[in-house]
Design a protein around this ligand. Structure first.
Ligand code: SF4
Length: 184
């Protein structure tokens, strides 16, 4: 007999990790971080047509101390980089970052001395969103991808184990310069 059949009706078992993950993913508050044209699409995501509030995150916070998600939307100039990092450092843990658009992820078309070639030089990125600009639907998809990650994110010692495993896998991965073609 399975354990579910032995339990009285109405009793559910779960883990603290699971409950916290569900609570976190259902109440994300993004900090305002619009840097260029991608920010227009990010703002459009908050309009009734796309209705970001369906995901419990209608309030974009002007203070990083109220926020746990940074959506870096637009290219990051070198002058702006320390500010982006300061805002990130002011956000309480746990916190997440979405890199929105080609410019935020890689510098995009701005391959020059004035623009940081990827915001992951400044802050740790959880989800990269390609496009120039990505449409609001794409941003919503990135947010749902992040929700999946938050829902299953390990805590405490499990988190340390997961970080070590990810680091080991990254160190053992084939370097990009050794990859041959699309199937390597
Ligand atoms: S990715 Fe395109 S839309 Fe977004 S900031 Fe760069 S140039 Fe602008």
């Amino acid at each position: 007999m399975g354990i579910e059949e032995k339990l009285p009706a109405g009793v559910a078992l779960t883990s603290v990790e699971r409950v916290l993950g569900l609570a976190r993913k259902a109440s994300v508050w993004p900090v305002t971080m619009g840097l260029a044209c991608c920010a227009i699409e990010m703002m459009a995501t908050g309009t009734p047509r796309y209705d970001i509030s369906r995901f419990g995150m209608e309030v974009f916070r002007a203070s990083p101390r109220h926020a746990d998600l940074m959506i870096v939307s637009g290219r990051v100039s070198h002058r702006m980089a320390p500010i982006v990092r300061r805002v990130y450092d002011s956000m309480p843990e746990p916190k997440w970052v979405i890199s929105m658009g080609a410019c935020a992820s890689s510098g995009g078309m701005f391959n020059n001395y004035a623009v940081v070639q990827g915001c992951d030089h400044i802050v740790p990125v959880d989800v990269y969103l390609p496009g120039c600009p990505p449409r609001p639907e794409a941003l919503l998809n990135a947010i749902l991808t992040l929700h999946d990650y938050m829902r299953t994110e390990p805590l405490g010692v499990h988190r340390e184990e997961a970080a070590r495993a990810a680091e080991k896998a990254a160190l053992e991965a084939t370097p990009t310069h050794l990859m041959k073609g699309l199937l390597a």
